[in-house]
Design a protein around this ligand. Structure first.
Ligand SMILES: NC(=O)c1ccc[n+]([C@@H]2O[C@H](COP(=O)([O-])OP(=O)(O)OC[C@H]3O[C@@H](n4cnc5c(N)ncnc54)[C@H](OP(=O)(O)O)[C@@H]3O)[C@@H](O)[C@H]2O)c1
Length: 248
């Protein structure tokens, strides 16, 4: 896997935190040249510091760069995609969404969630330049198959999985593969808004109810992304990394 990715040019949108950051690290450790993008310059700078620290021993010469990008900004996405040239592998992990039941979530917040996670990924997927034999990977989520407290998020994730399958056919003539990775409950800063008691209750529930008996780590999801990027026969796939959550 490592040899296939060495020297490749990789973009991770949403790479300043959680799953995106772990994915950026895994690509860089495989010898790829990685650009992370997200909205906040501060978060990008902090992530670059953590990545450099992590790479200091394993890959001190790794090429990592960052760029401020908001996937909700159509013109900004188009400008970035034009200016940064072609990538071998692109991963889209960016999103900020509010949860809630269909009847309780304000429509305005529902539209915002769709604009961030679905339309954001769609904008990048539509504009980004990917080289022959390259790949595009969306990060969706297991709520698509196992409805939870946020039905809308499940619908957005299902839409991303469908987008991956459809684009895998559309981009096949260009020899570009398209897939999605669908995580379950993963310990990332996404949950930082919960208080300590709620976080610990979530971990406890995962430890007792999930077949994997724990919450997942961002590196678990990164492993699946790298598998898809480095496997020439993988396209149109959705890889679940959910600790068995969809069957529990
Ligand atoms: N963690 C889980 O349990 C879990 C489970 C299933 C699915 N997922 C999905 O996995 C993906 C990554 O989640 P995570 O847990 O890694 O969350 P996270 O730690 O909160 O990371 C989200 C990333 O997206 C970026 N981002 C947010 N809005 C953006 C925008 N408009 N434009 C560009 N970048 C934006 C954030 O950086 P800035 O704030 O700097 O923009 C950050 O880098 C999400 O799509 C999430 O729905 C997560």
């Amino acid at each position: 896997m490592i040899e296939m990715l060495a020297g490749s040019r990789v973009l991770v949108v949403g790479g300043s935190s959680g799953i995106g950051e772990a994915t950026a690290l895994a690509f860089a450790q495989s010898g790829a040249e990685v650009t992370i993008a997200s909205r906040s310059q501060e978060k990008l700078a902090a992530a670059m510091g953590r990545l450099r620290d992590s790479l200091a021993c394993s890959a001190p010469n790794a090429g990592i760069a960052s760029h401020v990008l908001d996937v909700r900004d159509e013109a900004g996405v188009a400008k970035f995609c034009e200016g940064w040239g072609a990538f071998d592998h692109v991963v889209i992990s960016a999103s900020q969404t509010r949860g809630g039941s269909v009847r309780s979530l304000a429509l305005e917040h529902a539209y915002e969630a769709m604009n961030s996670k679905f339309w954001g990924a769609y904008r990048v997927a539509r504009a980004v330049n990917i080289r022959e034999r390259g790949s595009l990977t969306f990060i969706s989520g297991f709520l698509s198959v196992r409805p939870g407290p946020s039905v809308l998020l499940g619908a957005i994730n299902a839409a991303l999985d469908a987008l991956a399958r459809g684009m895998a056919l559309e981009l096949a003539p260009m020899k570009v593969r398209v897939n999605s990775v669908s995580p379950g409950l993963i310990a990332t800063p996404l949950w930082a808004g919960l208080d300590t008691a709620a976080r610990s209750a979530m971990q406890q529930k995962a430890a007792t109810t999930l077949p994997a008996r724990a919450m997942g780590q961002a590196s678990d999801v990164a492993n699946a992304v790298l598998y898809l990027a480095a496997t020439p026969y993988a396209t149109g796939s959705t890889v679940l990394v959910d600790g068995g959550g969809s069957i529990a």
